[in-house]
Design a protein around this ligand. Structure first.
Ligand SMILES: [Zn+2]
Ligand SMILES: [Zn+2]
Length: 412
């Protein structure tokens, strides 16, 4: 994106010109403060190198041993997907599938998608179907949860050091490196640069005709499309994403998701989430009793992580989204900028609730020692996983531009 390009803010829809931005500088929305554009150095070569490194690490992670846990002379060796297999074995295929999607399938799609786009670009040509692939890469981004899985590993490892001996395989170190590589890919990759190259090759220009049909900004590639007849089947001429003035039935859909998640939040906290059977003794834990256990054992940092991620974050999301929905329905004009900020917070924090599910994934993989110690997953796991996924969808369905509609209308 170049200076003086027109862009509509993705959060408040104010149409504005991108000012000249120095390298590594960024431009924010004049009205709501959203990050509109960050000028990154040429991303093709560094992101391609990181993607290749990521693919190599991803293969290493999945073929080498992960962590082995020894307790009372018995040992269980695991690979990264052992936990997912145990979920399936114990009949919790839905939770297993969610972990598989977020730690395996989504990162794989990201890496392969980037390779598909960047390698041909590096060689001087365009991959066929580039817009569709780039769209998929951008859409799957929030569902790739490698850094959260890393935190889940840490929680379980710290928890278990007291009960037995842990041996770390090559896969653990590869996974640590992988977490950094993924973070570096996110920092270096700049979809704007790719769209610019695509436009240049296809002679697409970001022209606007403000007088006819109105202007719509594409939610995926941020192209500002003008002079278009607004219809239900309108698609972005550049990336092919459906173009809509507002997300479809945003308010009613978000309410439905928020209420469903609020109902599931109750059994998620009341029912036990794990059952540890050790030498014939059984000990069931709810999310809260797990937190209390960490406090009693002096592992207050783990208690804080699980309490924040599993209990506070989902509750906060439900409260904030309900507040935003009510304020939009009442056509409130109260501090739209702050309300937009609250929306950004709900969007950003939700994924981190998965840390408890990931900690359990590692736990059931490692503590699978038959008579000596076995961990069984209990009912709350499915309700809790549902709360995390549903609140993530709720944040995605809510349209922050609704916050600004009252303001826009009063100026017209
Ligand atoms: Zn804005
Ligand atoms: Zn688009």
């Amino acid at each position: 994106m170049e200076a003086n390009t027109l862009i509509a803010c993705h959060d408040c829809e104010l149409v504005q010109k991108i000012p000249p931005v120095p390298l590594r500088g960024s431009a924010r929305c004049l009205r709501c403060g959203a990050l509109l554009y960050k000028r990154k150095p040429d991303c093709i070569e560094p992101t391609l190198a990181l993607t290749l490194a990521g693919i190599v690490l991803f293969i290493l992670i999945n073929i080498f041993p992960f962590i082995s846990f020894r307790m009372a002379g018995q040992m269980e060796e695991t690979t990264l997907i052992t936990g997912i297999k145990v979920f399936f074995d114990q009949g919790w295929w839905h939770v297993g599938l969610l972990v598989l999607l977020t730690t395996f399938i989504a990162p794989a799609i990201q890496l392969l998608g980037l390779l598909y786009i960047l390698l041909p670009l590096r060689l001087g040509w365009m991959a066929p179907g580039l817009p569709r692939v780039l769209r998929i890469v951008q859409r799957t981004a929030p569902w790739s949860m490698i850094e959260i899985f890393m935190l889940g590993i840490l929680v379980t490892v710290v928890k278990l050091t007291k009960d037995g001996d842990l041996t770390y395989g090559i896969s653990v170190y590869a996974f640590m490196a992988f977490t950094f590589v993924i973070a570096a890919i996110i920092t270096t990759f700049d979809p704007h640069q790719i769209w610019k190259k695509w436009d240049a090759a296809r002679h697409i220009s970001e022209k606007c005709h403000f007088n006819a049909g109105g202007v719509i900004s594409c939610r995926t590639c941020h192209m500002l499309c003008g002079g278009l007849e607004i219809s239900a089947k309108l698609k972005c001429p550049r990336c092919g994403a459906p173009l809509r003035r507002r997300k479809k039935f945003s308010i009613s859909r978000t309410w439905a998701l928020v209420l469903t998640a609020a109902i599931f939040y109750i059994p998620a906290n009341l029912y036990p989430i794990t059952n540890i059977i050790s030498f014939g003794d059984e000990k069931t834990d709810t999310i809260m009793s797990g937190v209390i256990y960490f406090v009693q054992e002096g592992m207050w940092h783990l208690a804080l992580i699980i309490f924040t991620a599993s209990i506070m974050v989902p509750l906060l999301k439900l409260v904030l989204l309900s507040f935003l929905l009510i304020s939009v329905q009442r056509k409130s004009t109260w501090r739209p900028k702050d309300r937009t900020r609250l929306y950004r917070v709900t969007e950003a924090i939700g994924r981190w609730s998965m840390v408890d599910i990931f900690a359990i994934t590692v736990l059931i993989a490692l503590v699978n020692l038959g008579q000596i110690a076995t961990v069984q997953v209990e009912d709350a796991a499915i309700y809790f996983a549902a709360v995390v996924v549903i609140t993530m969808f709720a944040a995605l369905t809510f349209d922050p531009r609704l916050i600004w509609d009252t303001e826009n209308n009063s100026h017209e």
